[in-house]
Design a protein around this ligand. Structure first.
Ligand code: PLP
Length: 410
Protein backbone atom coordinates (compact mmCIF):
# COMPACT_ATOMS: atom_id res chain seq x y z
CA UNK A 1 0.00 0.00 0.00
CA UNK A 2 1.34 3.44 -0.92
CA UNK A 3 2.35 5.69 2.00
CA UNK A 4 0.90 9.16 1.57
CA UNK A 5 2.35 12.38 3.02
CA UNK A 6 -0.57 14.79 3.03
CA UNK A 7 -2.88 13.09 0.58
CA UNK A 8 -5.60 10.66 1.70
CA UNK A 9 -5.48 7.21 0.19
CA UNK A 10 -9.18 6.44 0.61
CA UNK A 11 -8.52 2.75 0.08
CA UNK A 12 -6.94 3.28 -3.32
CA UNK A 13 -3.64 1.81 -4.34
CA UNK A 14 -2.06 4.53 -6.45
CA UNK A 15 1.11 3.55 -8.33
CA UNK A 16 3.97 6.03 -8.60
CA UNK A 17 3.90 5.82 -12.34
CA UNK A 18 1.26 4.77 -14.86
CA UNK A 19 2.40 1.38 -16.11
CA UNK A 20 1.88 2.01 -19.82
CA UNK A 21 3.43 5.48 -19.73
CA UNK A 22 6.42 3.95 -17.93
CA UNK A 23 6.94 1.30 -20.61
CA UNK A 24 6.51 3.91 -23.28
CA UNK A 25 9.20 6.14 -21.86
CA UNK A 26 11.59 3.18 -21.64
CA UNK A 27 10.84 2.45 -25.32
CA UNK A 28 11.58 6.06 -26.23
CA UNK A 29 14.82 6.00 -24.23
CA UNK A 30 15.94 2.86 -26.10
CA UNK A 31 15.09 4.46 -29.45
CA UNK A 32 17.25 7.47 -28.50
CA UNK A 33 20.10 5.19 -27.48
CA UNK A 34 20.02 2.45 -30.11
CA UNK A 35 17.95 3.80 -32.99
CA UNK A 36 14.33 3.34 -34.11
CA UNK A 37 15.12 0.27 -36.20
CA UNK A 38 16.15 -1.62 -33.05
CA UNK A 39 12.89 -1.06 -31.18
CA UNK A 40 9.29 -2.21 -31.65
CA UNK A 41 6.89 -0.24 -29.47
CA UNK A 42 3.62 -2.17 -29.38
CA UNK A 43 2.19 -0.43 -26.32
CA UNK A 44 0.42 2.62 -27.72
CA UNK A 45 -3.38 2.58 -27.74
CA UNK A 46 -3.82 4.98 -30.67
CA UNK A 47 -3.88 4.03 -34.32
CA UNK A 48 -0.49 4.75 -35.91
CA UNK A 49 0.50 4.34 -39.55
CA UNK A 50 3.33 2.03 -40.61
CA UNK A 51 5.86 4.80 -39.97
CA UNK A 52 4.65 5.27 -36.40
CA UNK A 53 2.75 8.54 -36.97
CA UNK A 54 -0.67 9.14 -35.43
CA UNK A 55 -3.42 8.52 -37.97
CA UNK A 56 -5.61 11.63 -38.21
CA UNK A 57 -8.57 11.57 -40.61
CA UNK A 58 -7.86 14.46 -42.97
CA UNK A 59 -11.60 14.94 -43.62
CA UNK A 60 -12.13 15.50 -39.88
CA UNK A 61 -9.06 17.71 -39.64
CA UNK A 62 -10.41 19.90 -42.45
CA UNK A 63 -13.59 20.54 -40.46
CA UNK A 64 -11.51 21.35 -37.40
CA UNK A 65 -9.38 23.86 -39.30
CA UNK A 66 -12.49 25.56 -40.67
CA UNK A 67 -14.04 26.29 -37.27
CA UNK A 68 -14.58 29.80 -35.99
CA UNK A 69 -13.93 30.84 -32.37
CA UNK A 70 -17.68 30.72 -31.70
CA UNK A 71 -17.54 26.99 -32.43
CA UNK A 72 -15.08 26.18 -29.71
CA UNK A 73 -14.54 29.07 -27.33
CA UNK A 74 -17.98 29.15 -25.77
CA UNK A 75 -19.39 26.78 -23.15
CA UNK A 76 -21.60 23.98 -24.42
CA UNK A 77 -24.77 23.18 -22.47
CA UNK A 78 -24.14 20.59 -19.72
CA UNK A 79 -25.79 17.78 -21.68
CA UNK A 80 -24.28 18.80 -25.02
CA UNK A 81 -25.42 20.94 -27.95
CA UNK A 82 -28.68 19.82 -29.58
CA UNK A 83 -27.21 19.01 -33.01
CA UNK A 84 -24.50 16.90 -31.35
CA UNK A 85 -27.02 14.90 -29.34
CA UNK A 86 -28.81 14.02 -32.56
CA UNK A 87 -25.65 13.34 -34.55
CA UNK A 88 -24.10 11.14 -31.90
CA UNK A 89 -27.15 8.85 -31.84
CA UNK A 90 -26.76 8.32 -35.57
CA UNK A 91 -23.02 7.78 -35.13
CA UNK A 92 -23.48 5.28 -32.31
CA UNK A 93 -26.42 3.26 -33.65
CA UNK A 94 -26.23 3.66 -37.43
CA UNK A 95 -29.16 1.92 -39.11
CA UNK A 96 -29.60 -0.40 -36.12
CA UNK A 97 -31.08 1.97 -33.59
CA UNK A 98 -33.03 -0.10 -31.05
CA UNK A 99 -36.61 0.91 -30.38
CA UNK A 100 -37.10 2.57 -27.04
CA UNK A 101 -36.75 5.90 -25.31
CA UNK A 102 -33.38 7.34 -26.18
CA UNK A 103 -31.51 10.18 -24.50
CA UNK A 104 -27.93 11.28 -25.09
CA UNK A 105 -25.69 13.19 -22.70
CA UNK A 106 -22.32 14.53 -23.87
CA UNK A 107 -19.31 13.38 -21.87
CA UNK A 108 -15.55 13.87 -22.00
CA UNK A 109 -14.83 10.68 -23.97
CA UNK A 110 -16.12 7.23 -23.25
CA UNK A 111 -14.31 7.56 -19.92
CA UNK A 112 -16.75 10.23 -18.78
CA UNK A 113 -19.71 8.03 -19.75
CA UNK A 114 -18.37 5.12 -17.73
CA UNK A 115 -17.85 7.35 -14.72
CA UNK A 116 -21.39 8.72 -14.86
CA UNK A 117 -22.97 5.30 -15.34
CA UNK A 118 -21.18 3.89 -12.32
CA UNK A 119 -21.97 6.87 -10.13
CA UNK A 120 -25.67 6.80 -10.99
CA UNK A 121 -26.57 3.15 -11.39
CA UNK A 122 -24.68 1.63 -8.45
CA UNK A 123 -24.50 2.41 -4.74
CA UNK A 124 -21.31 3.41 -2.90
CA UNK A 125 -19.33 0.27 -2.06
CA UNK A 126 -20.96 -1.79 -4.83
CA UNK A 127 -19.17 -4.03 -7.25
CA UNK A 128 -19.41 -3.31 -10.95
CA UNK A 129 -19.24 -6.38 -13.16
CA UNK A 130 -17.11 -6.86 -16.26
CA UNK A 131 -15.00 -9.62 -17.87
CA UNK A 132 -11.73 -10.81 -16.30
CA UNK A 133 -9.81 -9.55 -19.32
CA UNK A 134 -10.66 -5.85 -19.24
CA UNK A 135 -9.40 -2.32 -19.72
CA UNK A 136 -7.56 -1.54 -16.46
CA UNK A 137 -8.94 2.02 -16.03
CA UNK A 138 -12.36 0.51 -15.22
CA UNK A 139 -10.81 -0.19 -11.80
CA UNK A 140 -9.57 3.38 -11.47
CA UNK A 141 -12.87 4.92 -12.55
CA UNK A 142 -14.85 2.73 -10.13
CA UNK A 143 -12.33 3.18 -7.30
CA UNK A 144 -12.38 6.96 -7.60
CA UNK A 145 -16.05 6.97 -6.66
CA UNK A 146 -15.95 4.31 -3.98
CA UNK A 147 -16.89 1.27 -6.05
CA UNK A 148 -14.81 -1.65 -7.25
CA UNK A 149 -14.71 -4.04 -10.17
CA UNK A 150 -15.69 -7.71 -9.99
CA UNK A 151 -15.25 -10.04 -12.91
CA UNK A 152 -16.67 -13.07 -14.67
CA UNK A 153 -14.54 -15.37 -16.78
CA UNK A 154 -14.68 -14.08 -20.33
CA UNK A 155 -13.91 -17.42 -21.99
CA UNK A 156 -14.48 -21.11 -21.40
CA UNK A 157 -11.55 -23.50 -21.75
CA UNK A 158 -12.63 -23.99 -25.37
CA UNK A 159 -12.42 -20.28 -26.10
CA UNK A 160 -16.16 -19.61 -26.18
CA UNK A 161 -17.87 -16.70 -24.48
CA UNK A 162 -18.44 -17.92 -20.92
CA UNK A 163 -22.13 -17.25 -20.37
CA UNK A 164 -22.27 -19.58 -17.34
CA UNK A 165 -19.67 -17.55 -15.51
CA UNK A 166 -21.54 -14.36 -16.39
CA UNK A 167 -24.81 -15.82 -15.16
CA UNK A 168 -23.28 -16.96 -11.87
CA UNK A 169 -21.65 -13.62 -11.13
CA UNK A 170 -24.77 -11.64 -12.01
CA UNK A 171 -26.79 -13.81 -9.63
CA UNK A 172 -24.27 -13.50 -6.77
CA UNK A 173 -23.97 -9.73 -7.07
CA UNK A 174 -27.72 -9.21 -7.24
CA UNK A 175 -28.10 -11.18 -4.01
CA UNK A 176 -25.69 -8.75 -2.34
CA UNK A 177 -26.63 -5.45 -4.00
CA UNK A 178 -29.71 -3.40 -4.80
CA UNK A 179 -28.59 -2.84 -8.39
CA UNK A 180 -26.00 -3.96 -10.88
CA UNK A 181 -23.87 -2.26 -13.52
CA UNK A 182 -22.54 -4.69 -16.13
CA UNK A 183 -19.95 -3.39 -18.60
CA UNK A 184 -19.37 -5.25 -21.86
CA UNK A 185 -16.68 -3.81 -24.12
CA UNK A 186 -17.57 -5.07 -27.57
CA UNK A 187 -16.95 -5.27 -30.49
CA UNK A 188 -13.16 -5.35 -30.76
CA UNK A 189 -12.64 -5.62 -27.02
CA UNK A 190 -9.62 -4.09 -25.33
CA UNK A 191 -7.32 -5.98 -24.60
CA UNK A 192 -8.35 -9.18 -26.42
CA UNK A 193 -9.97 -8.08 -29.68
CA UNK A 194 -12.96 -10.35 -29.03
CA UNK A 195 -16.37 -9.33 -30.39
CA UNK A 196 -19.50 -10.88 -28.93
CA UNK A 197 -21.31 -12.84 -31.65
CA UNK A 198 -25.06 -12.49 -32.20
CA UNK A 199 -25.45 -15.86 -30.42
CA UNK A 200 -23.39 -14.58 -27.47
CA UNK A 201 -25.70 -11.58 -27.34
CA UNK A 202 -28.82 -13.77 -27.26
CA UNK A 203 -27.35 -15.55 -24.25
CA UNK A 204 -26.38 -12.30 -22.51
CA UNK A 205 -29.89 -10.95 -22.97
CA UNK A 206 -31.37 -14.21 -21.60
CA UNK A 207 -29.15 -13.94 -18.51
CA UNK A 208 -30.15 -10.33 -17.91
CA UNK A 209 -33.86 -11.03 -18.47
CA UNK A 210 -33.68 -13.81 -15.86
CA UNK A 211 -31.76 -11.61 -13.43
CA UNK A 212 -34.25 -8.79 -13.92
CA UNK A 213 -36.97 -11.00 -12.45
CA UNK A 214 -35.51 -10.07 -9.06
CA UNK A 215 -37.04 -6.66 -9.75
CA UNK A 216 -33.69 -4.98 -9.12
CA UNK A 217 -32.24 -2.26 -11.35
CA UNK A 218 -29.69 -3.33 -13.94
CA UNK A 219 -27.63 -1.08 -16.18
CA UNK A 220 -26.13 -2.84 -19.18
CA UNK A 221 -23.27 -0.74 -20.48
CA UNK A 222 -21.93 -1.32 -23.96
CA UNK A 223 -18.49 0.18 -24.10
CA UNK A 224 -18.34 0.87 -27.82
CA UNK A 225 -14.95 2.59 -27.91
CA UNK A 226 -13.78 0.42 -30.85
CA UNK A 227 -17.11 -0.19 -32.59
CA UNK A 228 -15.97 1.31 -35.89
CA UNK A 229 -12.76 -0.68 -36.12
CA UNK A 230 -14.15 -4.21 -36.07
CA UNK A 231 -15.41 -4.45 -39.65
CA UNK A 232 -18.51 -3.39 -41.55
CA UNK A 233 -20.20 -0.72 -39.41
CA UNK A 234 -23.74 -2.06 -39.80
CA UNK A 235 -22.82 -5.72 -39.51
CA UNK A 236 -21.18 -5.01 -36.15
CA UNK A 237 -24.24 -3.10 -34.94
CA UNK A 238 -26.70 -5.90 -35.65
CA UNK A 239 -26.76 -6.87 -31.98
CA UNK A 240 -28.35 -3.55 -31.02
CA UNK A 241 -32.02 -4.39 -31.77
CA UNK A 242 -31.66 -7.39 -29.44
CA UNK A 243 -31.60 -4.93 -26.53
CA UNK A 244 -35.31 -4.31 -27.17
CA UNK A 245 -36.05 -7.62 -25.45
CA UNK A 246 -34.86 -6.30 -22.06
CA UNK A 247 -37.54 -5.49 -19.48
CA UNK A 248 -38.35 -2.17 -17.87
CA UNK A 249 -35.95 -2.46 -14.93
CA UNK A 250 -32.98 -2.79 -17.28
CA UNK A 251 -31.50 0.29 -18.91
CA UNK A 252 -29.06 -0.16 -21.81
CA UNK A 253 -26.41 2.51 -22.11
CA UNK A 254 -23.91 2.91 -24.91
CA UNK A 255 -20.66 4.54 -23.81
CA UNK A 256 -19.72 6.07 -27.13
CA UNK A 257 -16.39 7.68 -27.90
CA UNK A 258 -15.19 10.00 -30.66
CA UNK A 259 -11.57 9.30 -29.76
CA UNK A 260 -10.89 6.45 -32.17
CA UNK A 261 -13.81 6.68 -34.59
CA UNK A 262 -13.07 10.29 -35.53
CA UNK A 263 -9.40 10.37 -34.44
CA UNK A 264 -10.32 13.08 -31.94
CA UNK A 265 -8.67 11.51 -28.86
CA UNK A 266 -7.44 14.82 -27.47
CA UNK A 267 -10.69 16.73 -27.81
CA UNK A 268 -12.22 14.52 -25.08
CA UNK A 269 -15.61 13.93 -26.57
CA UNK A 270 -18.10 11.12 -26.26
CA UNK A 271 -21.63 10.50 -25.15
CA UNK A 272 -23.65 8.22 -22.96
CA UNK A 273 -26.79 7.17 -24.79
CA UNK A 274 -29.57 5.27 -23.10
CA UNK A 275 -32.25 3.02 -24.46
CA UNK A 276 -35.01 2.91 -21.86
CA UNK A 277 -38.38 1.20 -21.78
CA UNK A 278 -40.28 4.27 -20.58
CA UNK A 279 -40.02 8.01 -21.07
CA UNK A 280 -39.75 8.47 -17.29
CA UNK A 281 -36.67 6.25 -17.10
CA UNK A 282 -35.07 8.09 -20.02
CA UNK A 283 -35.84 11.45 -18.40
CA UNK A 284 -34.36 10.24 -15.15
CA UNK A 285 -31.22 9.12 -17.02
CA UNK A 286 -30.78 12.59 -18.51
CA UNK A 287 -31.41 14.28 -15.18
CA UNK A 288 -29.00 12.22 -13.09
CA UNK A 289 -26.25 12.09 -15.69
CA UNK A 290 -26.30 15.82 -16.37
CA UNK A 291 -26.23 16.42 -12.62
CA UNK A 292 -23.16 14.19 -12.28
CA UNK A 293 -21.49 15.98 -15.17
CA UNK A 294 -22.08 19.31 -13.47
CA UNK A 295 -20.40 18.04 -10.35
CA UNK A 296 -17.40 16.45 -12.01
CA UNK A 297 -16.33 18.31 -15.17
CA UNK A 298 -19.32 20.63 -15.69
CA UNK A 299 -19.91 20.86 -19.43
CA UNK A 300 -17.88 18.88 -21.96
CA UNK A 301 -15.69 20.66 -24.51
CA UNK A 302 -17.69 22.11 -27.36
CA UNK A 303 -15.24 21.70 -30.20
CA UNK A 304 -15.77 18.04 -31.15
CA UNK A 305 -19.52 18.39 -30.61
CA UNK A 306 -19.55 21.01 -33.35
CA UNK A 307 -17.30 18.88 -35.58
CA UNK A 308 -19.62 15.87 -35.30
CA UNK A 309 -22.66 18.07 -35.95
CA UNK A 310 -21.02 19.37 -39.15
CA UNK A 311 -20.08 15.88 -40.33
CA UNK A 312 -23.60 14.52 -39.84
CA UNK A 313 -25.14 17.66 -41.33
CA UNK A 314 -23.36 17.09 -44.67
CA UNK A 315 -23.92 13.73 -46.41
CA UNK A 316 -20.87 14.09 -48.67
CA UNK A 317 -18.61 14.93 -45.77
CA UNK A 318 -19.99 11.96 -43.82
CA UNK A 319 -19.23 9.68 -46.78
CA UNK A 320 -15.69 11.07 -46.96
CA UNK A 321 -15.09 10.52 -43.25
CA UNK A 322 -16.48 6.98 -43.36
CA UNK A 323 -14.49 6.19 -46.48
CA UNK A 324 -11.26 7.46 -45.01
CA UNK A 325 -11.82 5.52 -41.81
CA UNK A 326 -12.59 2.36 -43.78
CA UNK A 327 -9.16 2.63 -45.40
CA UNK A 328 -7.37 2.76 -42.05
CA UNK A 329 -9.64 0.07 -40.62
CA UNK A 330 -8.54 -2.23 -43.45
CA UNK A 331 -4.93 -1.46 -42.56
CA UNK A 332 -5.66 -2.49 -38.96
CA UNK A 333 -7.59 -5.63 -39.95
CA UNK A 334 -4.67 -6.72 -42.14
CA UNK A 335 -2.35 -6.36 -39.17
CA UNK A 336 -4.67 -8.55 -37.12
CA UNK A 337 -4.73 -11.22 -39.82
CA UNK A 338 -0.93 -11.11 -40.15
CA UNK A 339 -0.48 -11.54 -36.39
CA UNK A 340 -2.98 -14.39 -35.99
CA UNK A 341 -1.56 -16.21 -39.01
CA UNK A 342 1.99 -15.96 -37.66
CA UNK A 343 0.81 -16.99 -34.17
CA UNK A 344 -0.74 -20.08 -35.73
CA UNK A 345 2.45 -20.92 -37.56
CA UNK A 346 4.63 -20.77 -34.43
CA UNK A 347 1.95 -22.28 -32.17
CA UNK A 348 1.56 -19.21 -30.00
CA UNK A 349 -1.76 -19.37 -28.15
CA UNK A 350 -3.68 -16.11 -28.18
CA UNK A 351 -6.89 -15.09 -26.44
CA UNK A 352 -9.88 -15.39 -28.85
CA UNK A 353 -9.47 -12.49 -31.24
CA UNK A 354 -11.79 -10.98 -33.80
CA UNK A 355 -10.60 -7.45 -34.56
CA UNK A 356 -9.41 -4.22 -33.09
CA UNK A 357 -6.42 -2.43 -31.65
CA UNK A 358 -5.09 -5.20 -29.40
CA UNK A 359 -4.26 -8.89 -29.22
CA UNK A 360 -3.57 -10.68 -25.93
CA UNK A 361 -1.49 -13.71 -25.17
CA UNK A 362 -2.23 -15.77 -22.06
CA UNK A 363 0.91 -15.95 -19.93
CA UNK A 364 1.65 -17.06 -16.35
CA UNK A 365 4.61 -14.72 -15.93
CA UNK A 366 3.67 -11.58 -17.82
CA UNK A 367 6.05 -9.25 -15.96
CA UNK A 368 9.02 -11.55 -16.40
CA UNK A 369 8.39 -12.21 -20.09
CA UNK A 370 7.75 -8.58 -20.95
CA UNK A 371 10.93 -7.51 -19.10
CA UNK A 372 12.85 -10.09 -21.12
CA UNK A 373 11.31 -8.83 -24.37
CA UNK A 374 12.14 -5.23 -23.48
CA UNK A 375 15.83 -6.16 -23.39
CA UNK A 376 15.43 -7.38 -26.97
CA UNK A 377 13.77 -4.11 -27.96
CA UNK A 378 10.15 -5.33 -28.01
CA UNK A 379 7.85 -3.31 -25.79
CA UNK A 380 4.43 -4.76 -24.94
CA UNK A 381 2.17 -4.43 -21.89
CA UNK A 382 2.08 -7.08 -19.12
CA UNK A 383 -1.44 -7.58 -17.76
CA UNK A 384 -2.68 -9.69 -14.85
CA UNK A 385 -3.36 -12.70 -17.07
CA UNK A 386 -1.06 -12.21 -20.00
CA UNK A 387 0.59 -9.90 -22.47
CA UNK A 388 -1.07 -7.20 -24.56
CA UNK A 389 0.22 -6.30 -27.99
CA UNK A 390 -1.03 -3.12 -29.63
CA UNK A 391 -1.31 -3.99 -33.31
CA UNK A 392 -2.70 -0.48 -33.76
CA UNK A 393 0.77 0.93 -33.33
CA UNK A 394 2.95 -1.39 -35.45
CA UNK A 395 3.13 -2.29 -39.14
CA UNK A 396 1.74 -5.44 -40.74
CA UNK A 397 5.31 -6.62 -41.31
CA UNK A 398 6.07 -6.32 -37.60
CA UNK A 399 2.79 -8.07 -36.77
CA UNK A 400 4.07 -11.06 -38.74
CA UNK A 401 7.33 -11.12 -36.80
CA UNK A 402 6.12 -10.63 -33.26
CA UNK A 403 4.52 -14.02 -32.52
CA UNK A 404 7.83 -15.78 -33.19
CA UNK A 405 9.74 -13.41 -30.93
CA UNK A 406 7.19 -13.72 -28.12
CA UNK A 407 6.98 -17.49 -28.43
CA UNK A 408 10.78 -17.75 -28.16
CA UNK A 409 10.84 -15.56 -25.04
CA UNK A 410 8.11 -17.63 -23.40
N1 PLP B 1 -13.11 1.92 -23.18
C1 PLP B 1 -12.04 1.28 -23.61
C2 PLP B 1 -12.03 -0.19 -23.60
C3 PLP B 1 -10.91 2.00 -24.05
O1 PLP B 1 -9.84 1.33 -24.46
C4 PLP B 1 -10.96 3.40 -24.04
C5 PLP B 1 -9.80 4.17 -24.48
O2 PLP B 1 -8.71 3.73 -24.65
C6 PLP B 1 -12.14 4.02 -23.59
C7 PLP B 1 -13.19 3.24 -23.17
C8 PLP B 1 -12.36 5.49 -23.49
O3 PLP B 1 -11.66 6.31 -24.28
P1 PLP B 1 -11.98 7.86 -24.35
O4 PLP B 1 -12.24 8.34 -22.96
O5 PLP B 1 -10.79 8.45 -24.98
O6 PLP B 1 -13.20 8.00 -25.19
Amino acid sequence: MTEYILARGNGRSIPHEDKIFGINSRAKAMIAEKGADKVINATIGSLLDDEGNLVVLSSVDKVFKGLSPRDYADYAPIGGIATFKEAVQRAAFGANQPKGYVEAVATPGGTGSLRNVISNYSNGGDKVLTSDWHWAPYNTIAGEIGRSIDTFEFFTGDGDFNVDSLEKKVRILLELQESLVLILNTPAHNPTGYSLTLEDWDKVIDVICDAAETGKAIALVIDGAYIDFAGDEEEYRRFLPKLERLPENVISIMAYSLSKTFTLYGTRCGAMICIAKTQEIANEFKMVCEYSSRGSWSNSAKVAQVILSRIYGDPKLLRDVNGERAHYREMLLKRGRAFTKAADQVNLKIVPFDAGFFISIPCDEPDKISAKLEKEGLFIVPLAKGLRVSIASISEEKCSKLPGIIKAAM
